[in-house]
Every structure is written in structure tokens, then in C-alpha cells.
Design a protein around this ligand. Sequence first.
Ligand code: FE
Length: 380
Amino acid sequence: MSLLIINAKVISPGQELPGAAVLVEGSRIARVYAAGESLPAASETYDAGGKMLMPGFIDPHCHGGMGYEATSDDSRAVRIIAEAKLKEGVTSFCPTTLTLPEEKLAASMRNIEAYRRNPSGSKVLGTHLEGPYINPACTGAQNPAYLRQADLAEVLRLHAISPVALISYAIEMPGSLEFTRALADTGIKASCGHTNATYAQFKAGMELGLSRLTHFCNQMTKLHHREIGLVGAGLYEDTVSIEMICDKIHLSPDMIRLAFKVKPIEKILLISDAMEATGLPDGDYQLGGLAVVVADGAARLASDGALAGSTLKCNTALQNIVEVTGLPLPELVKTTSWNHACDLGISDLGKIEAGFVADLALLDEQFQVAAVFVDGQRRK
Ligand code: FE
């Protein structure tokens, strides 16, 4: 089976090709044709109508949507979330857990694995464990009742149920340095989050392979002129990747501009941090068992008003950074897919080039998603 997508404005890291065509053979991109090149015959042709064809978005930090959490007991939840992610142009994601007891995490992993083996929406690249090894002073919307010391054996038990892609934890907690050292041998990505580490504590983690910050600026040490903290580390250290929730709530437009000015763009990872209210109206919800109120799209704990995930969609995040930074799309599109693939050690996702997986999102000028192809098959 071959598919020829014609009349597309191809936007891939470092290039923009108006009037281009993309030949897909099976699940992979076979060739990209610039405007004017003669096109081959294909078993199916899709007219993109001049819209923007981008690498399908990757979202490595997503707790839920459409009223469901990835950690729900309901075995349908991950499928419902994954199918809704297609509407944002997301072709693969990491269902993200919360600070919960191991039995509950194990049950979540079984549900995630069942979906991962038989996907109908966005594909699962592996689970993101957010917590439970975080700092009690920086829980945000994570339930403090289930905090515990970093435990590689627990992570490996969960990993045996379904692959863990990355884990967010606090590097300054007892046992976290040893945990980081051991994690380096597992292929599981280490990310520092919900943390009040000093810059020096983070640097000690960096020497052991820690190179990533979870929802940059949120629930981490602020930049102070005598202790630059993790916000300072994220801005200063060129090798460190930073997750950014670009909803203009978790990060102000000025902070977004600052990060894009200072960081190598290849180290910026757009995430949604979406919670269950994503795709639904304002109202009363919950996150990991904690009551949450969503008003004007901002999700906050009912108890203390702390931000409790987002209702951000990945296509909106891209639109926001286009508006806020004014940078060209072939640069910004790196932050929605290619950078994620590099961060997770995946070499064939995130570009529209021959040999890459045909995960593609078609967006109009308003960044609304018109079509989505996963492994070369149209799924939206
Ligand atoms: Fe978080």
C-alpha cells in the first residue's frame, strides 16, 4: 500500500516546502517531493489542500483528558485519552502517572500495556512516572500521602508490566543520587521535578546522567541571584532539556520568550501536562484523587489553588509559541516532536524525511487539526 499526500506545505525541522508531496509506503515516508517535481503513482492520493503538514506531535507528559485519567481503574481510559490526543495532532505520547501506591501504579501499567499493544489513537512510547519520589515541599497537585524514597526495584517491577520511558523525581531526596546512577543502566530517562534542589545538587545529578527538567519553572527551585536553583540550571546548562507547558498560565509569555531566547531550541520540549478536564468545559474535576476546579481553562486544586495540570492541547501550545516568540515554524516545530524523539532516544520519529515513520499531522492556518496519519494510516 502506498499513499501520496499532495499539495501540502511541509513543515519539518529546518525546512518549509510549500506545494510539496509526501510518498508513504507502508508505515514509513518513502520520499518528499518539492513543488514542481513529477509525482509517482500511488494506490491512494490525499489532497492536503495547501495546509501545513508537520511531524505528528509527541506529548511525553499527559495525565488524561475527556474526563479520564491515565491512572483510572477504568480499562477504557487510556484508549479514550489516546483517541482524543489525535484531535491535537498528537501521534504518540507517554501516559503519565501520579504519586500513588505501587498497587495502583501497577494496575495503571496493565491498562496502559493493553492499549499499547492494540492502539487505535495516539501510540504509547512508554509511561512517564511522575512521582512518587518527589520532595514533600513541592508536591503541587501530587498526593503527599504516597510519597516515598526512590526505589529502583519498584520502578523495574512497573517497567516489567509496561515499558517506563521516563521518570520525574527530586534529585535532592535521600537515595536519589544512587537511584540516578542505577537508572542510567536501564534505558529509562531521568527527569528532575517537584524538587527544591540547589544548582549544586542538580549538577551532582547531571554527572550521573540527569539531563532533563520536568515542567520547567513549575514546582522547582526559583532563580535567586545567590542561588540560581533549577530555573537557573535550566536556562544556563545547554545540555539540559526542559519541558515547557506553554499555556501562558504555567509560564507567562515573558518566561516563554526568555527560555526561547536563552536555550538551544533543540532542548525545549513542549508538553501538555493535560489532566482529565482537557477537551471538556470548566467545572469540578479531580487529579489523582484530589479535588480540582477548572475555571477559564486553568486547573487548580480546590484546597490551596495550586496549579493541577493543564487543559492545554498540543496544537494550541504550538500556536501559542508562534504568537509569543515570533520564531519561524521550521524552528518551532522541533519542540513538538523531533526534540522529544531525540530526548527519548528514538531516531525515526519527528521529521518528514525519507525513512522516518509516517506519523503526520495536517494543520490549517489557525492550527486546527484537519487530518492525522499514524504509521501511514489515516486515523483522523
Ligand atoms: Fe507535575
